[in-house]
Structure formats: structure tokens, C-alpha cells
Design a protein around this ligand. Sequence first.
Ligand code: CTP
Ligand SMILES: C[C@](O)(CO)[C@H](O)COP(=O)(O)O
Length: 391
Amino acid sequence: MVCVIIAAAGQGKRMGSGINKVLLPLAGKAVLVHTVLAAAAVEAVGRVIITAAGEDIEAIRTLLASNNLSVPWQVVAGGIERQHSIANALALIPDTTDIVVVHDGARPLAGAHLFDQVVAAARQYNAAIAAVPVKDTIKSVDAAGWVMNTPDRRKLWAVQTPQAFAAGLLKKAYARAAEESYIGTDDAGLVERLGTGVQIVQGDYQNIKITTPEDLVFAEAILAKRQEAVTMIRTGIGYDVHRLVPGRKLILGGVNVPYGLGLDGHSDADVLLHAIKDALLGAAALGDIGRHFPDTDGRYKGISSLVLLAEVRVILAGHGYTVNNIDATIVAQKPKLASYIAKMNENIAVTLGIGSSQVNVKATTTEGLGFAGQEQGIAAYAAVTIISARL
Ligand SMILES: Nc1ccn([C@@H]2O[C@H](COP(=O)(O)OP(=O)(O)OP(=O)(O)O)[C@@H](O)[C@H]2O)c(=O)n1
Ligand SMILES: C[C@](O)(CO)[C@H](O)COP(=O)(O)O
């Protein structure tokens, strides 16, 4: 079982708010509630232990009780230093625990993927921590303010939590530190003192530790952007018609459909894919295929519309969008298209890098009415949704 220890027993002196910073509001919830909910939501996690300063224990219990956590949890008294707090929690982990994850209550933005990655790496290497390469040049400075040296930045990583360990190893490291009265600033540091290797897992620059007031501003902005990203679903519609003529292939959804007539056009005249591409570009407010692939451009003469669909995918990705779903209808009196639809769906899904359940092509006749019914041309309609892939 994976047990997560969340350190929340500090005072938040650097925040200077007069209360423990993990109890401060962030996007409508206490910082600590974000952190605990994120940890509890990780599928592998079986228990959460939260350390709290004596004066905060009741407030934290009440706060968490009102949030219906999906895993068993308990609040334990912390100690003077973070390390003492973790040691208190470590003494309470269930015997069935094989992996212990230690996480700062003050890091409310760590995503489930980060927990999953450190847990997986800890299962393989016994000790794994989230960390990111430092972006600034780091200098060692003496007490008088003189630079002593400039370490090679390529070897420097800023360490975060979550940090995950084989339970026995972490207990041993904590016992050794206690024997030697050593106080470190993170859990991996204690394991390193045993001579055991610690594996780095690529962390997340958004996984900031709320320490000083501006960190709350950054965290609010990140959460707002995530919220926007989650809810940003856009819709688009596309419509296209091509004339049926002799001597041309009939290409629909990238499938060469055997028929005596084919669709006329500058490219392969795949009316279905044209409607879909127009819908995708429209959903992203990026114009239409005429703007991106003009029929006055010789490069597009006879080109496969699947190639251009792949380009639309790249254009959308460049603007932070991925395709959510496509629903399309081909309007053709003849030929019968039922047996080709599955292949069209597959071509579209593969080209856009989405699942088969995200594409649905249909075909209909017009009961002999209009240009489609008279077999003068074929039309296609498409409706799509795209989602923002940013943050
Ligand atoms: N005795 C302590 C000290 C810290 N922590 C926790 O360890 C995490 C990281 O520590 P830090 O950011 O230093 O928090 P504080 O100690 O609260 O901050 P400050 O140093 O500014 O007082 C925080 O979630 C904090 O609540 C803890 O459980 N027990
Ligand atoms: C564990 C930690 O979050 C890694 O960056 C950090 O070392 C905690 O240090 P603090 O002094 O308790 O903020």
C-alpha cells in the first residue's frame, strides 16, 4: 500500500500572515485542502497522514472532514522541525505500507501524474524525488556577501515534493538521522546519508511551495489557467460540396471508393475531410482551409486531404488545441457507403491522433432530391469540438 505523509505542521513565518500558511485561502479552498485532495485522488494511494501543529489540529480535522476524502486519513501532531513532524507520522504508517510518499502541505499544485511517477520510480529504485533543473545561475555566498563559487548549473536541480521511498528504507534513514541528531531540509537527504541512491523524476515548475505572499498570487494564476483549460471546449461546423464528374477517383475520408464518377477539385476533392478541416479550423477561430491551403497554390494540386488534415492537427496543436470529437455526415445518393465508413473513421482518428470513439462518420441520401439526389455532386457536413491543451 502507498501511504502519503503530508507535512502541514509549520508556522508559515515567511508568509507573515499570522496563521499557518496552509490554512490560507487559495481559489476558494484552504491551501492544505488542495494538497490533500490532490494526494487522495491518486489511485495508488491507500492512506493519508497529515501532520499539524498542536493549535491547528482541530481546525485541520474539521476542514478535511467537510471534504469527503476518498481514502482513510488521520491528523497527527507535528514537531519543531519538518523532519520531526514527518518522523511522528512515519511511526504511524500501517504495516501494510510498502511505499511512503512525503509531500509538503504547502505544495497544493502537484498533479496526480507526479505522485504516480515518484511512486513508480520508488518501486524500481527505492527512493525517488520530484525535481526540476534550476533556471537561474546559483552562487555560493559567504556570510559577508562575497561570492565563493559558481556551481555548474547543468548539474543543479531544484528539489520538490512528492518524494517517495520504500517504507523500510525511509524508516531506517529517519532512525539514523535521529541517532546522529542530523536535521536536513528534505527526506531524500536523510536517505542519501545512508549511501543509498536517490532517483530524480522530472518535476513540475508549477509545483511551487507556497512560502512567501507572492507565491499565493502565482498559485491563484496557475489554478485559474488550469480551470480555463479544463472548461475551454470550442465547437466548429464545416460544410463542403464537390461536383461529381467522370474520370476522377471518388475519395471520401481518405478511402478510394469504387464508383464510375469522382469528385472534381484542386486537391483529391475529399469533400468529407474538407468539411472536417473547416470545422476544426473554425472551432479554433483560425479561418478555413481556403486560407491555409489556397487552390491557387500548386503545392496542393492533387494532394491527399489526409496530408492536409495532419497539417490542420499541427496548426491546432500550435495554438494549444486538441480534437475532442468529430461528427460528420456525407450526403450522397450513390454509391452505398456503409462498408467504407469504418475505414474513414480509422483514417481520420489515426491522422488526428485521437481514439476511434472520438470520430463518427455517417452517410445519408436526399431521397433523390436536389443536386446530391440527382448525383450531380456530394456534400458533407461536420460538427466538431476541440479542447484547449494549455496548462
Ligand atoms: N515543524 C514543521 C515545519 C514545517 N512543516 C511543513 O513542511 C512544509 C514545508 O515547510 P515550509 O515551507 O518551511 O513551511 P513552514 O515551516 O510553515 O514555513 P516557514 O519556514 O516560513 O515558517 C510545510 O507544508 C510545513 O507546514 C511541518 O510539517 N512541520
Ligand atoms: C522538502 C522541500 O520542499 C524540497 O524543496 C524543502 O526542502 C522544504 O524546505 P523548507 O525549509 O521546509 O521550506
